[in-house]
Write a protein that binds this ligand. Structure first.
Ligand code: 5GP
Ligand code: ZN
Length: 113
């Protein structure tokens, strides 16, 4: 398996970890697009959001609870933040292991580019 995020999840490639549990890892993005740019990934490999099934609903709910926890722990919850998932080419996805971008620390633009 040559997936870079699987390697990060297994600890084969180092990352700046923010949060970890049995199912999920959160770490700082290598090329941050905001003062705080964290990626939250399931440890299990899904190439895109399209591979999710009914049985994965709890995992996705858990990922949003992890985003909630990180925002509170890092004290940017009241100022606000954005959670983004890119899917396939038009979504701008470049790494094909499902990940949730967590952006904070500046005013976000709308609509996104
Ligand atoms: P996508 O464009 O697929 O939604 O987002 C992929 C993200 O992964 C990008 O923001 C990119 O900077 C980040 N990224 C790619 N390779 C690495 C890596 O090896 N380590 C970390 N921490 N982030 C990475
Ligand atoms: Zn993977």
């Amino acid at each position: 398996m040559s997936c870079i995020f699987c390697k990060i999840a297994k600890g084969e490639i180092t990352s700046q970890k923010v949060y970890e549990d049995e199912h999920v890892l959160a770490f700082h993005d290598i090329a941050p697009q905001a003062p705080i740019h964290i990626l939250i990934i399931p440890k299990k490999h899904y190439a895109t959001i399209l591979e999710l099934e009914e049985k994965d609903k709890d995992l996705i709910g858990h990922i949003f609870m992890v985003a909630n926890k990180i925002a509170r722990d890092m004290q940017f919850h009241e100022q606000g933040f954005r959670v983004v998932v890119n899917c396939n080419r038009n979504g701008g996805q470049t790494v094909f292991h499902l990940h949730f971008h967590l952006f904070a620390g500046r005013l976000m633009h709308w609509p996104p580019g």
